[in-house]
Design a binder for this molecule. Structure first.
Ligand SMILES: NC(=O)c1ccc[n+]([C@@H]2O[C@H](COP(=O)([O-])OP(=O)(O)OC[C@H]3O[C@@H](n4cnc5c(N)ncnc54)[C@H](OP(=O)(O)O)[C@@H]3O)[C@@H](O)[C@H]2O)c1
Length: 232
């Protein structure tokens, strides 16, 4: 079988980058999308040299519809098809609750975490219908738990709903939809290192597990959390 083509948003860092590394190691061709073109170019070169896979860098701001359309066009121009999309780009915020947060920051978070993946779906679904492909979306455990004052959690609840509603929309098309809901992961998402946290590679293994299932198997939801520390 020819190598599947995987597009990853938020591939310049953290979970997206780790997923690109593991997928390339396992023979996927990867399209790496984010705003940091320099980081993506370096990663694409590294993956190509190390794994002999085809890896391309795609500059994209997920908030922007034109940018997302250009991203998918670049992938189709380069590879001729698209087999899987990992809509993973996202950001956190300086959570000061509903009484204290900066409304402008809320706008940025909604545009990135909610509009961003929605535009990724809108731009890529036609190609995925042709390939009977796979959509994976990064939510968060914060989207399924009650966290006091968490606007971020509200955006990830929207992502969960998006995944569930998309699955019903594409039912019968052969497209599979996987919602990935990580717990705490030690990535540049945070300003300082996190303890008792997962590594980005832990989520990458879960994503690639879902990707590697046969076409007859759809992994629906993967909530992946760090094991609680042992009480001594
Ligand atoms: N870390 C955690 O504990 C955790 C837990 C649950 C869920 N998540 C989710 O996991 C996903 C990845 O986060 P991470 O932990 O890997 O964080 P990260 O290391 O900060 O990575 C975030 C990625 O998103 C990209 N991005 C942000 N805004 C963008 C935009 N407007 N357009 C295009 N790309 C954009 C960033 O690239 P550029 O800056 O280069 O554009 C970067 O590649 C996010 O959706 C996050 O909400 C994280």
């Amino acid at each position: 079988m020819t190598s599947p083509i995987l597009l990853i948003t938020g591939a310049s860092s953290g979970i997206g980058r780790a997923t690109a590394e593991l997928a390339a190691e396992q023979g996927y061709h990867v399209a790496l999308a984010a705003r940091s073109a320099d980081k993506l170019e370096a990663l694409a070169q590294e993956l190509t040299e190390r794994h002999g896979t085809k890896a391309i860098a795609v500059s994209c701001d997920v908030q922007d519809w034109g940018s997302q359309q250009a991203m998918v066009k670049q992938v189709l121009d380069e590879f001729g098809r698209l087999d899987a999309v990992f809509a993973n780009a996202g950001r956190g915020l300086d959570g000061k609750g509903f009484a204290g947060s900066d409304p402008d920051e809320w706008r940025e978070v909604v545009l990135t975490n909610v509009l961003g993946p929605a535009l990724t779906l809108r731009a890529s679904l036609e190609a995925l219908k042709s390939s009977r492909g796979h959509v994976l979306i990064t939510g968060s455990v914060a989207g399924r738990r009650t966290l006091p004052g968490s606007f971020y959690g509200a955006t990830k609840s929207a992502v969960q709903s998006m995944a569930y509603n998309l699955r019903e929309e594409v039912r019968g098309s052969g497209i599979r939809v996987t919602l990935v809901e990580p717990g705490l992961v030690d990535t540049p998402f945070f300003d300082s290192p996190r303890e008792n946290a997962l590594k980005a590679e832990d989520i990458a293994r879960a994503v690639v597990f879902a990707l590697n299932q046969p076409a007859s198997v759809e992994v629906h939801d993967m909530c992946v959390l760090p094991t609680p520390p042992i009480d001594d």
